[in-house]
Ligand binder design. Sequence first.
Ligand code: TRP
Length: 482
Amino acid sequence: MNISQHDNQGFWSSRLLFVLAVTGATVGLGNIWRFPYMVSEYGGGLFILVYLFFIALIGIPVLMAEIMLGRMGRHSPITGLRIIAEQNGLSRHWQNLGWMATIAGLLILSFYSVIAGWSIAFIFRMAAGVFDNVSAQGVSAIFGRLVGDPEKLLAWHTLFMMLVYVAVSRGLHAGLERTVKILMPALFLVLLLLLAYAIYSGHFTAGVQYMFSSPTEHLDSARGLGFAVLAAMGQAFFTLSLGAGAIMAYAAYLPRSVSIAGVAVTIVLLDTVIAITAGMIIFPLIFANDLGSVSFSNGLDARYGPGLVFQTLPLAFGQMPGGALFGSLFFVLLVLAAWTSAIALMEPSVAYLTERWAMKRRKAAKTISVIAWLIGLGTIFSFNIWSDYRPLSEIAIFSDKTTYHLLDFLASNILLPLSGLLIIFFAGWKLSWKTTEDELSMGKEYCGYAAWRIVARYITPLLLIIVFIYSLSKALGRLAFP
Ligand code: TRP
């Protein structure tokens, strides 16, 4: 069985570059923005423990399955899954799984680019000292002026999408590899600089203690333990970029000599360490400035919610020596992380256009950029001119959701877990022991393979079904957890 890799892109130049590229895909807004605020909302040390449990039992097996399927198919997720299905005597409808994952990736890209655009805007605002000694109300006003202005958001969204286009259009070696080769070391460097700053200027021990403390300090009465457990599962799934075809698309260029279990574990460790490091930067800075009780004028509890990075943190930096410099570095970090993730979000659909419609890579990347850019307009307008518009107002459960919320909901809560579940089902139940054992190249490590298969067949699907039911029940507003 010798299928040539698609698009004549060749293979990753080294195992290291593959690991860097997938780490770039997984490390994003999810690590630096979402993880820290989830920790503070859902219970510190216990949340982290449960999160690590799901990383191990969902993250590693599904990541291995996606890498395996990507390398077996050697094409975009859509074509690749069709080829694997045909070779194994299965229905070619499995290609629809590829479609679902690819569309989920495209939808995520559309709003990811808008939020990444905010981050670019914040680099300049921080560097210009806009936040120096500003009050909490002042910070909210600055944030409000940015998201309230469609023209500004449009400009930053366009700029970010162009950055992604440039990398993807140049193909595997001149585009993807070159970009991650520069961006990932830069990301590690900035992360370490910020960690040093947090240790030096922040209340490091207090911040870290808070992060790993017992849940009673964090869990306010509204959020029970069951809720926290399920949120940890969702976060594990999101942070590893599972279910969007991105990992499969990257693994299509992976040489057969590489051991899948080894790279999967390395990637998961890197992603987890970076998320925890982000928390160890953010919390000490917030504690150093005594922002435990600050309140913001826009009514959001920005203290430890989604406003953590775009409101509380700028407020902290604004009061610290060197805050303008390190504050802008922080947003540089966020943009670097988002950039390498967005490249991965674009790759599956671009690869599909090049093989299915024989498009030149540049044209394919242009087409997908324009489509994602256009969908992104919905997110932009959700924060200003459409902020009162509720597209599905007739449906009770969606009646308060803006266009952006609906997009995010559809992609993150429905399409991602569903394709993750189908991927692990396909790999664990539809493909034979021999096929998967060969591809995972664990022929010698009999125990390791057996462990993967048992987890992939029973434990992971079960956990994923729980996530899925949770997402839906949360959407339906009928969450019965205490
Ligand atoms: N993991 C990314 C982050 O933490 C977000 C993400 C979800 C993603 N699904 C993806 C990135 C698919 C690339 C591909 O920010």
